[in-house]
Ligand binder design. Structure first.
Ligand code: HEC
Ligand code: HEC
Ligand code: HEC
Length: 281
């Protein structure tokens, strides 16, 4: 027991030290070269850059594993592949030529031939360091920019029937949601009923946009805007009609979680991240 005040003091000291350290912690990422765009959809038919990376990881793993068994023919086979893919980095993005060390590959092969396991391990580590250095500066940004879809060019039908942007549709949705909640609070039944009808229409129109990305897969739309959601929207009409305020607010809460938040968790978080990282036009 008598240690408790000491522990407490240490705890306070540590939290003070670290909270000030965190306050000054700045995360920095570099903007990736524009050349990268060609190696991702829609600039390319495939995610070429990413698949080159997957191969590099497999090749490094194979060499590391065969190094433990000193299996020279197998190492030779995989070093040849690694050499090819590693050099593709600079072929694809010339700006990154200075960040790789292709001379390490023939060196690696030479050490394997000589059976110098110590230097083989050391060289593999040096190659791995070039992977890590680049990843630290660029990987999260590249993932956010090139592997997440854009909503900018999508059009959704507005309440009036004319096409408007995805963002405008979102702001309309938000307005209807709050209009219902305000009207419920202030006793305006007909306003609440009209806003519910608007919300239903807006969600229906939004539903037409899912196939832009999900194509013929009906499951994603069913999960968020399917039967369960329609049922909640119908219950909401009944519940507002009978002026059951508490029940109506609860239904609104459920809709916000199962429709808005559920979709935002997969789409909006990534979209916001992408827009933050996107270099200014
Ligand atoms: C497709 C699934 C999806 C559903 C369902 C959805 N949202 Fe969104 N929402 C998004 C995406 C994606 C963005 C980011 C759009 C962008 O930045 O272009 C967004 C952005 C927003 C924004 C910010 C708009 C702005 O001006 O930046 C609001 C507000 C919003 N949504 C409200 C709602 C409400 C309220 C609901 C439920 C009634 C809802 N959303 C349902 C995907 C969805
Ligand atoms: C000059 C930059 C650069 C170098 C060098 C580099 N990479 Fe990458 N790597 C990237 C970028 C950028 C990404 C992010 C790609 C994405 O998310 O689409 C990435 C992603 C990856 C991924 C994908 C991780 C995942 O699961 O999403 C793997 C695996 C990978 N790299 C392996 C390697 C290996 C192994 C090496 C070294 C032999 C290497 N990379 C060297 C830039 C580099
Ligand atoms: C701009 C492209 C885009 C649009 C538009 C879009 N999504 Fe998605 N959605 C994605 C991507 C990318 C993923 C993650 C990868 C995947 O599952 O396909 C995803 C994942 C999902 C998931 C989780 C994965 C799953 O299959 O269960 C659901 C649910 C979903 N979307 C529903 C919707 C609904 C509903 C709409 C229309 C209101 C919609 N999406 C519109 C791109 C989009």
């Amino acid at each position: 027991m008598k240690f408790t005040p000491v522990l407490l003091l240490i705890h306070v000291l540590f939290s003070l030290m670290f909270s000030s350290a965190y306050a000054e912690h700045v995360i920095k990422f570099d903007t990736p070269p524009a050349a990268l765009e060609k190696w991702y959809k829609p600039g390319n038919k495939r995610q070429v850059w990413l698949h080159t990376m997957f191969r590099l990881r497999r090749e490094m793993q194979a060499i590391n594993e065969y190094a433990k068994e000193n299996n020279k023919p197998a190492m030779k086979k995989w070093i040849k592949r690694l050499d090819k893919d590693y050099n593709k980095i600079a072929d694809m993005v010339p700006e990154w030529e200075k960040d790789i060390k292709p001379r390490l590959l023939p060196e690696l092969e030479m050490f394997v031939k000589k059976g110098d396991t110590l230097r083989v391990a050391k060289t593999l580590k040096m190659i791995k360091r070039t992977c890590n250095d680049c990843h630290e500066s660029y990987q999260p940004v590249v993932t956010a920019i090139y592997r997440s879809p854009s909503y900018d060019d999508l059009k959704v039908k507005s309440l009036k029937g004319s096409p408007h942007s995805f963002k405008d549709n979102m702001n309309e949705l938000s307005q209807s949601v709050n209009q219902i909640l305000i009207a419920l609070d202030d006793g305006h039944k007909s306003t609440a009923l009209q806003a519910r009808l608007n919300l239903k229409k807006q969600l229906h129109n939004l539903g037409d946009s899912c196939s832009n990305c999900h194509k013929k897969d009906a499951y994603p739309k069913e999960r968020i805007l399917g039967k369960a959601t329609l049922k909640k929207l119908d219950s909401l009409e009944t519940s507002i009609g009978k002026w059951r305020v508490k029940e109506s607010k609860q239904l609104m809460g459920k809709l916000a979680v199962t429709v808005c938040a559920r979709c935002h968790n997969t789409h909006r978080i990534i979209s916001d991240l992408r827009n933050t990282f996107l270099p200014p036009k």
